[in-house]
Design a protein around this ligand. Sequence first.
Ligand code: ANZ
Length: 799
Amino acid sequence: MKRYNPKEIEPRWQKIWADDKAYVAVDYDTREKFYISPMFPYPSGTGMHTGHAFEHAIVDTVARFQRAHGRNVLNPMGWDAFGLPTENYAIKTGISPVEATQTFIANFKKQITRIGSSIDWSREINTSDPEYYKWTQWIFTQLFERGLAYQKESAQWWCPVDKTVLANEQVENGRCWRCGNEVVKKNLKQWFFKITDYADALLAEIPDLDWPEKIKVAQTNWIGRSQGAMIDFRVESEKVTVFTTRPDTIFGATFLVLAPEHPSVAKITTPEQKTAVDEYVKAAQKKSEIERQENKQKTGVFTGAYAVNPATNENIPVWIADYVLAGYGTGAIMAVPAHDERDREFAKAFELPVKSVVDSGGHDEGMLIDSGDFTGQSTSDARENIVKWLAEKGVAQEQTNYKMRDWLISRQRYWGAPIPIIHCPEHGAVAVPASDLPVILPEVKDITPDGSGTGVLARETDWVNTTCPTCGKPAKRETDTMDGYACSSWYLLRYTDPQNAEAAWDPKKADYWTPIDMYVGGDHAVAHLLYVRFWSHVFYDMGLVPTKEPVKKLVYHGYINAEDGTKMSKSKGNVIDPLEVIDSGYGADALRIFLLFLGPISDNSSWSANGIGGVYRFLNRIWTLVQEYNETDGGETDNTELERLIHRTVKKVTSDVEELSFNTAIAALMECVNELYKIKAADNYGATEWQWALETLTQLIAPFAPHIAEELWEQLGGDGSVHVAEWPTWDDKLLVEETVTVAVQVNGKLRGTITIYVGDDEAKAVELAKADEKIAVWLEGNIVKTIYVPNKLLNFVVK
Ligand code: ANZ
């Protein structure tokens, strides 16, 4: 009997699939399309880790399942190649980033192939390839022409270690997302994409997205739309405008607070308070924004000035405190200590008056009290009415604010797509014409940033000096490069038309393939996933894509931790290399099933050396079933048990995979194999029914374990590749036979019947009886007892 040897069969099938171009997707095929992709990785020197393997196992299982359902599947692959990891590696080793990238990609590609991923490699893309970034640059020029890319001087996050600016989305808890070091603010002239123009459009689509709730919430909060009002307070001859989301509480505003950076601070501070205020302002500048917000112990200083509350006409003191941020709203607030926690802490610290104006029974919303003519109104009514009243007096207007800022796109580093702009003394910033694209990233010997705030490319004077596309006179190239997130904001579209030399993509192809049906990843909540949406909305407005939203379904998976539950990391030496697992003899099929069997894919899981052995034995058992079958001769059987088992398993596996519940599908397959061994012991193994049973089993395991399935399919004499054989169906009628009717009595009287599966337990029977309307009416009252005769009778005793 032939032994199961993944080392032999896996490379064999991988070669056949490649030679046959088995997974090349066909444009405009008449079959229904299914477009699936993992979030493309940045190729690094460390190669693929178990998390990547997990992601590919998910994607590939779905891709193969869809193919077997007759769909035209697009499952492409590419490389997010620009960026800091490769650039830092190049600086450290002296190997050019181009060369390093090539080596990394070759390694990743080998790993993915060895996992058995059914990828259409003819569509492979690499964001650092001039043929690709030509179009990233073209998109930049389109955004520029539409006023959606602009340059502005402002204080921006700067990472002193990576020596570049960062987008807000790349600062996590005050630290650089890459290196983890604390960031600082630096005043620089930078390029931005005007994502704020799309804030409402992006928000509006969120409820309809088939995306994990946590990502939808994160994006909603990131955009952070607040509806409120701007209200003017007089401070002597100055006017201080505050932004509030709770104008209904204005009768309780007992003081004003200005951010230390607020422009009115110097003007309103009285001479007596000047020294104290100056000191406080200086101290605040040294604190990070995070520190300022997290500080429970509120600090502040009185300006000596008073403002007039326009609702009460009372004089209220004006303070300065760093919990009010300069960059949000107007940088000034009306403090309502009775109803706002931060204001309450502040009032407590400085013994300022607290006045309740909402009777809420502890809730935020309620009825207004002590609020002049508005007393007695609900907070929601008063919110509108008070703004109306103050607006008539000319001191208020409605205002919508957003937390989201424009997307900072320029980087002062080398390894990125050059921003396609030429600065002309006469014409200002001019976009490089499409015919002159790409602006090739020049080869540079020393790519180390000097930290001056100007790009590395600024040192390449020959490259910098050029002529203005408008007037032909001497001009200079922009020397910043684009954030890698620009390159990854449209790659899903390039996959639909990867070789197009005339356009970024053909809208007809985008029309056929997009939106992407399933996008799989375990990283990013805001940045990448918000930027792809933003660009897609812009492309929609340009008539280049069929839908505003690029991603129909987003699938988020958990992490694979080390055996002890801690994160895998190089320094701890507990990283599991997928290739080592494959090479050790278990093979890719066992690895894939093992990863998918760990639990629900959204959970974090831990590696288990035992577990992979168990999966390997499971595959061996399937292998043996087929070998033994092939050594027997025909005959017949009328084993209905076998038939029902297979139908039941087909139904379970099909519906579980549709719901991405791979672990339960695999569990059903394991149970099925156990049952097959039992049935075969008492049956005429070799009968034609068994041919069908084993072929079907092979098809069911094929999406998970593509190599062994292909091999067994061949051994069973199956036609062509198992992966395009029509997916098996089931007959519900066969499954119905497994149900029985149970009589339901209440206090000894027959009140109805329920249908249960043979073997369902008492709890299930009770649940079904309670769900039956006709029975339920008799169950009102206290159920003191239930008596259950399995598969026959259920009696409730009700008092
Ligand atoms: C009075 C008030 C009473 C407020 C109340 C809240 C509750 P969001 O939802 O985040 O937009 N605020 C306004 N600008 C601020 C700034 N620059 N720094 C710190 N806080 C600021 O929050 C808006 C609310 O946050 C505003 O409404 C203001 O406080 C405060 F019972 O005004 B509120």
